[in-house]
Design a protein around this ligand. Structure first.
Ligand SMILES: [Zn+2]
Length: 237
């Protein structure tokens, strides 16, 4: 497993970032989806300082942080450089993807441009959960490339059986409302406020000093020693 320090993620309030990044990420802005419903863009992001950090940090046992920020020239140039930013909600997506992977019984990877896409990304037309970091496009499951209606519908069924929280796009050729060469899975327009964040400000920065927090480690070294102790009262389920 990875060293503890490399798993600690820095959380930033996007209102504290520089003008260019705020313009790209649009924290708190409202965006309309295909049906005209309005959704508020996320405000809290993980700051990923280097490629090394991106490939080292795992959000779930089989999903590295790197997979969710791989983009090509369709993304804003600033977001192709480090430090990179991704909404904190991605952690929930990774959890559900891990369940999907288990249910499918095969490895899977998020495609380039198939994880987080900023509002400035060329594929961002109206609100999609990709702009919240809560959607993933999967082009390959096991060693099979996803390219037939039968495969998409079969894996969509598997994903939907995992949880009622999961949404998929049906097979079809209309961009945004269907998919014909990948499985799209999302968990909705979730904006996640990490517990380390103090929500004591209004929408705009109240002071010039940037603020951030480091997410506490959630797992393993805190939990495993406790689980090994059978007298621990918290071990009751
Ligand atoms: Zn998608």
């Amino acid at each position: 497993m990875n060293e503890p320090d490399t798993q600690v993620l820095k959380v930033v309030d996007a209102f504290d970032l520089d003008d260019e990044l705020r313009t790209i990420l649009r924290p708190g802005a409202m965006v309309r989806d295909e049906q005209g419903k309005r959704h508020r863009l996320p405000r809290y992001f993980y700051e990923v300082e280097s490629h090394d950090a991106a490939v080292t940090v795992h959000l779930a046992p089989h999903f590295g942080l790197n997979e969710f920020i791989q983009v090509d020239l369709k993304e804003a140039p600033r977001l192709q450089q480090y430090p990179r930013y991704i909404p904190c909600g991605v952690r929930l997506l990774a959890f559900y993807l891990e369940q999907f992977r288990t249910a499918a019984g095969a490895s899977m990877h998020v495609a380039v441009n198939g994880g987080y896409r900023s509002p400035a990304h060329k594929l961002s037309h109206g609100a999609t959960p990709h702009m919240w970091g809560t959607a993933a496009d999967i082009y390959k499951i096991g060693n099979q490339i996803i390219r037939t209606q039968e495969m998409i519908e079969r894996y969509n069924e598997v994903a939907l059986d995992v949880s009622d929280d999961i949404f998929v796009l049906p097979f079809g050729h209309a961009i945004g409302t269907s998919a014909d060469d990948h499985v799209h899975i999302d968990v909705g327009y979730i904006t996640l406020i990490p517990r380390e964040i103090n929500e004591d400000r209004m929408e705009q920065p109240q002071e010039s000093r940037p603020r951030f927090a480091f997410e506490e480690r959630r797992r393993r070294e805190r939990r495993l020693p406790v689980a090994a102790d059978s007298t621990d009262p918290d071990s009751r389920s």
